[in-house]
Design a protein around this ligand. Structure first.
Ligand code: NAP
Length: 484
């Protein structure tokens, strides 16, 4: 049973009803919370389709941002990005503006909801890094036929999310943290998550720690999901696996989530605005209600959180007055009848809610300054130059070798999409017009190497279109680049 706080004061919460079924599930949730005695004061705020239509390109007006900043806690319905009104989602904007770097997705068997996994006792949390990775959205067409996105992973980003996962495990009395990565292929980016995870989790001797390659993690989540307790991942892996995990316990329609940052926490259902059923009183408010339970714990009202959670579980278990998405065929009731039933069940206890001693989540506070990681030594050893060419690798090799003659560099190799094609290894790599040529300094440059690189680029530019360069550096004696 949850610990009851000594005093519960009123907390102001920004309520963003959002689009489609959002206003309905928000109203139902607020009704249950009020009946449960939650000491909340709501501040309604606009975001989503209506904001876009008013010409607010971010999808969230300044008053909404001010309200979230002031209150530090928000409960949010789904937001749409209407076609023809900008290309950025208001959800992503809100996460980025308030640096809500931790996406928390509990995955727990829901009573009364039959799935192929019912009875397995699934009860774990996916912790997804929420602001880095390929979601930085830094993309370029390097040639008319070759696109590139930057996968940006920072050491501090990995540390923040792993510490959050560990803190969550401690707060919820969980025992194990699984760091899941693709470090076997992306040794620098995903490998950073693995390395930092191993380092950071040494600070939590009470928690078991394991590393799992992400593809196997997907497999294990389906084969033996009960083995997981807390699983932490970079953004894209977490995006995919948290949805997979939600599918194990009834799907996105009943999945809650939290987005946590140092200053702001925003709670929301995972589902979207379900426009087909919007305004008809058919929507199931379970996911938003479970998100609100997470919010109550976040603000320290553990007792009301437990009360609402038990009432919801009793309702789902008894199976009377369920919404159409989870009721027996033809038995579905309205959003309001369901909420009324949950209210009627307040004070009852469900044996299906796992006994868990929740404690406040102790999140490390990160200083609001530019994070800078110094290296004791750095060397510039070469440069990768990306060139567009319709010629074959042998011909490109000849021209690039000639270009490098008399320069500070030698051509070491050429690769196509990561596979070496010059010198020829005898393979049969399919070629596209996009090559990476690796030039190494013949001897260490005296200065910063910029004059030598500029000279090389001018030489290459006489024969080839180059799009992009990348310095090859060594930090603290270790290569800061991948091998071909
Ligand atoms: P969706 O809104 O989640 O709806 C998919 C289907 O799931 C619905 O048609 C409905 O199925 C069912 N469903 C979802 N939530 C339900 C609930 N609470 N109660 C009952 N049934 C529910 O996904 P979508 O159609 O892909 O997305 C619609 C819009 O929402 C898009 O504009 C998308 O961008 C946005 N979206 C926003 C968020 C967010 O704000 N976090 C997240 C996802 C999507 P039936 O039709 O079978 O009843």
């Amino acid at each position: 049973m949850d610990a009851t706080p000594a005093t519960v004061t009123t907390t102001k919460v920004t309520a963003i009803p959002g689009d489609g079924i959002g206003p309905e599930v928000m109203r139902a949730t607020q009704q249950v919370l009020a009946a449960a005695g939650a000491r909340l004061e709501w501040e309604d705020a606009l975001a989503g389709a209506e904001a876009f239509r008013k010409g607010i390109v971010s999808g969230a007006p300044q008053e909404t941002l001010d309200s979230i900043a002031r209150n530090g806690v928000a409960l949010k319905g789904p937001l749409e990005t209407p076609v023809g009104y900008g290309e950025k989602s208001a959800n992503v904007t809100l996460r980025k503006i308030f640096e809500m770097y931790g996406n928390i997705r509990p995955v727990r068997e829901i009573p009364g909801l039959r799935t192929p996994f019912s009875g397995r006792g699934i009860d774990f949390v996916v912790v997804r890094e929420n602001v880095e990775d390929v979601y930085a959205g830094v993309e370029h067409m390097q040639t008319p036929g070759v696109a590139q996105t930057l996968k940006l992973i920072t050491e501090v980003g990995c540390e923040r999310i792993v510490r959050l996962a560990a803190a969550l495990a401690v707060a919820e009395g969980r025992r194990k943290v699984t760091v899941s990565t693709k470090a076997n292929i992306m040794k620098l980016t995903e490998g950073m998550m693995k390395r930092v995870g191993e380092q950071v989790l040494k600070d939590y001797p009470q928690l078991a720690h394991e590393h799992m390659i992400v593809d196997n993690c997907a497999h294990q989540m389906v084969i033996r999901p009960e083995q997981f307790d807390v699983a932490v991942m970079t953004n894209m892996n977490g995006d995919i696996l948290s949805d997979l995990a939600a599918g194990l316990v009834g799907g996105l329609g009943v999945a809650p989530s939290a987005n946590l940052g140092d200053q702001v926490a925003m709670f929301e259902a995972v589902h979207g605005s379900a426009p087909q059923i919007a305004g008809k009183g058919l929507a199931n408010p379970t996911a938003l209600l479970l998100s609100a339970v997470m919010m109550l714990r976040h603000i320290g009202d553990f007792a009301t959180a437990a009360k609402v959670e038990h009432a919801l579980y009793v309702t789902l278990e008894e199976g009377v007055d369920l919404t159409g998405d989870i009721a027996a065929p033809g038995q579905g009731v309205s959003t309001w009848a369901f909420a009324d039933r949950v209210v009627a069940n307040l004070g009852r206890e469900s044996a299906k809610v796992p006994a868990r001693e929740y404690r406040p989540l102790e999140m490390k506070r990160w200083p609001a300054i530019t994070w800078y990681r110094a290296a004791t030594t750095r060397e510039l050893v070469g440069v990768d130059v990306f060139v567009e060419s319709e010629r074959d690798p042998r011909a490109i090799g000849i021209t690039l070798q000639a270009a490098a003659e008399g320069s500070a560099f030698t051509l070491e190799m050429i690769s196509s999409r990561g596979a070496q094609v010059w010198p020829d290894l005898g393979g049969n790599t399919f070629l596209v017009d996009h090559f990476r040529a690796r030039f190494m300094f013949k001897e260490a440059p005296k200065g910063n190497g910029i004059a030598e690189i500029t000279d090389l680029l001018q030489r290459i530019g006489r024969q080839h279109n180059w799009m992009h360069i990348e310095k090859l550096q060594r930090f603290d004696g270790a290569d800061a680049f991948s091998r071909a």
